[in-house]
Write a protein that binds this ligand. Structure first.
Ligand SMILES: [Mn+2]
Length: 291
């Protein structure tokens, strides 16, 4: 059995802890263009497989799966089972006595008590080998394939976005080439950059990106649809993208600050660039940021 087909097998084994398909499965995912498609694939696949009460949420800025704010929300949501995607793995509990699956590709630092960890991570000593580790979106695609063997092709574009986002255009997975052929490289690339905008904005809430993915069946639909809800969500992401671009363009004009305080620890001088938008605007007004 290959490592990637075993991802699907492990996922089906976890679902045995949810014997009644009307139970509430809740997905918590990362806010980037790997976590967002991963949650979309899982949510769509589980609902199509009959797990009708499946829901999802995106972590907010500065949150991890172990943050008190996340714990409070999850306690209120009170799901029967929990899936945590692309948010790492630690030995601390998330929700005790709730069947929990962690789906992830980062180096694990433990597994919460009673939880299942499906990890694609493997140790390697070369950078090239690290780029061979599947993304969480690709792992979710393997889970969907195990759950819906004849219907998982509909999720290919979502897996491809996760590959572009985490591993770039040269990611060594056949799914990326197949998706480019079917959906177009430019549309996949444009959508990936749009999906990564909300988490970088001051608002930092990528819920609109998740909803947009849930409503859509292809990248082109998201980029060109005239459906009023899709237009509204797309505009939200475009304005996040413009906000981030503006903040970056201000930051680029600032001279870096050099610090020697951490030289011994880092083995090099530390270079800091201030990125806080309000501070950047003050600098700009004072003329400090002039070219
Ligand atoms: Mn990831």
């Amino acid at each position: 059995m290959t490592a990637e087909s075993s991802i699907g097998m492990q996922f089906l084994t976890f679902l045995e802890s949810v014997p009644d398909r009307t139970e509430h499965i809740h997905i918590l995912t990362d806010s980037d263009a790997d976590g967002l498609p991963a949650a979309t694939i899982l949510l769509k696949a589980l609902r199509q497989a009959g797990y009708v009460n499946t829901t999802a949420e995106v972590r907010l800025k500065f949150e991890s799966a172990w943050s008190p704010t996340v714990f409070n929300r999850l306690t209120t949501t009170a799901p029967d089972a929990l899936i945590i995607a692309d948010l790492g793995s630690r030995s601390d509990p998330v929700l005790l006595n709730v069947p929990t699956l962690l789906l992830d590709h980062h180096r694990p630092s433990g597994t919460p008590p009673g939880a299942t960890l499906i990890t694609a991570y493997r140790e390697s000593n070369s950078e090239k080998a690290t780029s061979d580790i599947p993304t969480t979106g690709l792992m979710a695609f393997k889970c969907a394939e195990a759950l819906l063997p004849l219907q998982h092709d509909q999720f290919l574009w979502l897996a491809a976005i996760s590959l572009l986002s985490d591993l770039g255009d040269k990611a060594p997975f056949v799914e990326l080439g197949m998706a480019k052929k079917e959906y177009g490289s430019a549309a996949l690339r444009d959508l990936t950059s749009l999906l990564n905008a909300p988490r970088r904005s001051a608002r930092g809430d990528a819920s609109s990106a998740l909803e947009l993915l849930m409503l859509s069946t292809s990248p082109k639909q998201i980029l060109t649809s005239t459906d009023s809800r899709i237009v509204e969500l797309r505009d939200q992401l475009l304005s996040d993208k413009a906000e981030v671009a503006e903040a970056l363009s201000l930051a680029r004009k600032l001279p870096p600050r050099f610090s020697t305080i951490l030289r011994d620890e880092l083995g090099a001088n530390l270079v800091a660039i201030r990125m806080h938008e309000r501070i950047l605007k003050q600098h700009q007004q004072k003329g400090v940021a002039k070219d």
